[in-house]
Design a protein around this ligand. Structure first.
Ligand SMILES: *[C@@H]1O[C@H](CO)[C@@H](O)[C@H](O)[C@H]1NC(C)=O
Ligand SMILES: *[C@@H]1O[C@H](CO)[C@@H](O)[C@H](O)[C@H]1NC(C)=O
Ligand SMILES: *[C@@H]1O[C@H](CO)[C@@H](O)[C@H](O)[C@H]1NC(C)=O
Length: 333
């Protein structure tokens, strides 16, 4: 979810593990995937102590898309570590319920009362379209696993009228055909959490739900309306066939599998906040887009990295004889 933290790398003096880990040059869209796994790039950093501790950069995409490209040394480090830390503990029901309630409008409020009428109607229309398309978007494989379109739609969007506009905006972004097709397979960070649990490792989280949720709720009304409007405009053009959204998740996966750290850091993780900075925006709207972008970078990236860095450092100092595996997001939003 968050970018790989330069702050962490600097304060803890980490070195990338594995000779090939910086092979991808910044900005290269195509790297040749190396068939030899030992030569693959990794997002693993080792903290030299006894036993060693590790940082591993995860990514918020279905784990099956990246698992085979993760080198053995990273998987081995995970298996060897007795304690695994994540940003948030996604297997803890409390985390999920806290995230859900943080995304809700205050009691008694409803999107219809909050949104400008035009936006509300377009949102409603778009969600009706998604609901209609969902059965066609799902794959036979998903149906084979007993995943039903109605169930999936309700799980993602069921209570949309009660969500805060910023969370509805993120939800709309994740309701595209490509994203729907990848539902049902855990994302890499969740998969690692499930594995840690299955292997009975001690697990923990360095962030609180509120710390990840409140910054988004802190965008002001005109910023959120702008973001929601842009998101809807994009989806509407997509529906009309006049726009092909550059599918950034595919790019992200490719760069991740190539170990192209700088591109992963710089790219936007499409499961998160969309990029509104668009060359064709009129000047005033471009300023708004830039203000939103820098607010989110400051709150969701820089401040978070500092918090995480301090907590990791404290943990390592408190338990000098434990082997930690820290699995944090490698991609920025
Ligand atoms: C929202 O924040 C932007 C940037 O800080 C500011 O220019 C704008 O006036 C604010 N709008 C409202 C409604 O507070
Ligand atoms: C949505 O964006 C379009 C294009 O930028 C603009 O013309 C329209 O006024 C916006 N609508 C609202 C409700 O902000
Ligand atoms: C860029 O913004 C314009 C105006 O709001 C919009 O018509 C266009 O679809 C946007 N392009 C992308 C790729 O979002």
């Amino acid at each position: 979810m968050s970018p790989w933290s330069w702050f962490l790398l600097q304060t803890l003096c980490l070195l990338p593990t594995g000779a090939a880990s910086r092979r991808g040059a910044p900005g290269t869209a195509n790297c040749e995937l190396n068939p030899q796994q030992s030569e693959l790039n990794s997002f693993l950093w080792t903290i030299k102590r006894d036993p060693p501790s590790y940082f591993f950069g995860t990514i918020h995409v279905p784990y099956t898309r990246v698992w085979d490209f993760i080198p053995d040394n990273s998987k081995e480090a995970f298996l060897q570590s007795s304690i695994v830390y994540f940003e948030l503990d996604l297997t803890d029901p409390y985390t999920i319920s806290a995230l859900t309630s943080c995304q809700m409008l205050p009691q008694g409020e409803n999107l219809q009362d909050v949104l400008p009428r035009d936006i509300y109607c377009r949102l409603k229309r778009h969600l009706e379209y998604v609901k209609l398309m969902m059965p066609l978007w799902m794959t036979p494989d998903q149906r084979g696993k007993g995943l039903y379109a109605d169930y999936l739609f309700n799980a993602i969007a069921g209570n949309w009228e009660r969500k805060r506009p910023v969370w509805v905006m993120l939800m709309v972004n994740s309701l595209t055909e490509v994203d729907i097709k990848s539902r049902g397979v855990p994302v890499l960070d969740l998969f690692l959490a499930q594995e840690a649990e299955r292997l009975r490792k001690q697990t923990g989280a360095v962030e609180k739900v509120e710390e990840q949720c409140h910054p988004l709720n802190g965008l002001n009304f005109s910023q959120v309306i702008f973001a929601l409007n842009q998101t809807l405009l994009q989806q509407e053009s997509l529906r009309a066939g006049s726009l092909q959204i550059p599918y950034t998740t595919e790019d992200l996966i490719k760069h991740y599998n190539c170990g192209d750290l700088s591109s992963v850091i710089l790219s936007h993780d499409s499961s998160q906040v969309p990029n509104f900075i668009n060359a064709t925006l009129p000047p005033q709207e471009r300023i708004t887009a830039q203000e939103i972008d820098s607010y989110l970078r400051r709150e969701l990236i820089h401040k978070r990295n500092e918090r995480i860095g301090k907590r990791v450092k404290a943990l390592l100092e408190e338990f000098p004889d434990k082997g930690f595996f820290f699995a944090f997001g490698a991609a920025s939003q």
